[in-house]
Design a binder for this molecule. Sequence first.
Ligand SMILES: [Zn+2]
Length: 431
Amino acid sequence: MKGNAKYYNELRGYIEELPIIDCHDHSDVCKPKYIDPVQVVVNGYFTSDIQSASSDRDIQIINDYSLSLEERWPVLKKAWDRTCYTGYAKVTKLVLKKFYNEEDLTLEALKRMKNKLLDLENEKTFKKILDEARIAARIENITEIDYRQIADRSYKLSPYARLTIPLPAYHAVTSYEAVERIASPLGRRITSLDEYIDLCFDIFKAYKDYGAVAFKDQSAYQRSLAYGNPVKAGAEKIFNRFMEDPRRIESYPDGIRPLDDYLFHEFMRMARDLKLPVQIHTGHMAGIRNDIVKTNAVNLTGIIELHRDVRFDLFHANWPYSGELLYLCKNYPNVSIDFCWANIIDPVYCQNMIKQAISSVPHGKIHGYGSDFVGAADRAWAHSVIARDNIAIALSDLVEMEYLTAADAKKIAFDLLFNNANEFFNLKIKV
Ligand SMILES: [Zn+2]
């Protein structure tokens, strides 16, 4: 992409050289080792656009690697032709050009790619790509971790990773078995809600001692962000019910709502005491066919008002509700805007919102980039290109309007891509 402003080229050149902090990602290990050219094209979030442009049946055919390229190509081409201009498609195009030297998606291109598929299980290759993207640190959200590896500090991180504490499973407990799964690695037997809360604090403390830099919660995939503030007795009643009869399994979220809400508030108190920020998924969700209303960041108003000593990093630019997030960030000192993932969900939305954010909220509260893939350093690289483009376009437009000076634009770019997150997550990276 390219901006229209006279200052665009110079600013983009400056931004290209900046180190960046990847504010949100899910790379537990280096992966994948690609086994099929279509896997390079239809992967990560782009699968959703392809599905949205075709059908559930077609996406199965496209992803069936036992079929030949010739068999899958007509189905893929039809969907590609209907969705090749989205932000996700741009990621695929950048990957095709950079790593396979292919300008267009054709059957011939796919055949040529067959023998040079990237092996991203190779840590050296993976890290080299991150280095090309100048990624200095990555805030990683890994949900499947054996607690014992955190406690004895043997857990191995992917390159440049800084860990977050994955919250949802700790407050979405629906059964005795769910509690036991959390408690057993510590060799504890839980018999009351108080004991469970103590257990959670000990786990979170161990994560912090390991080096975790934030909490992370993505419960909005399953439940509304409108947390109530129930009394402890309501939470205890539900907890005691399934604990005294291990055969009882409650539904989520409706069956345990007061417990879920109560624990979430308890965990916010722990975040305050551990002095760690809380990253929360807001806005658009991965996959298709989910309910967007429940994920609007404005649902968090009560949480933000009450927990004033907790710093919240609200994700994905709350796409498509930019106005609500700008409001929250402007009005609450403990709210930051995080553009992770959003830069590829909707590049033009981000260009506009960055401009609006500069003119409405303190720019020191904006985090400009987060790749949000699982592995896939190739796509994280492409995502970083789009994020740099978006920021350069937004800021150079503001220079053209004489809203900012050229020097202001450079300073803001550095803050959005590096300084703000370095300070917010207390990463202490020197450049
Ligand atoms: Zn994510």
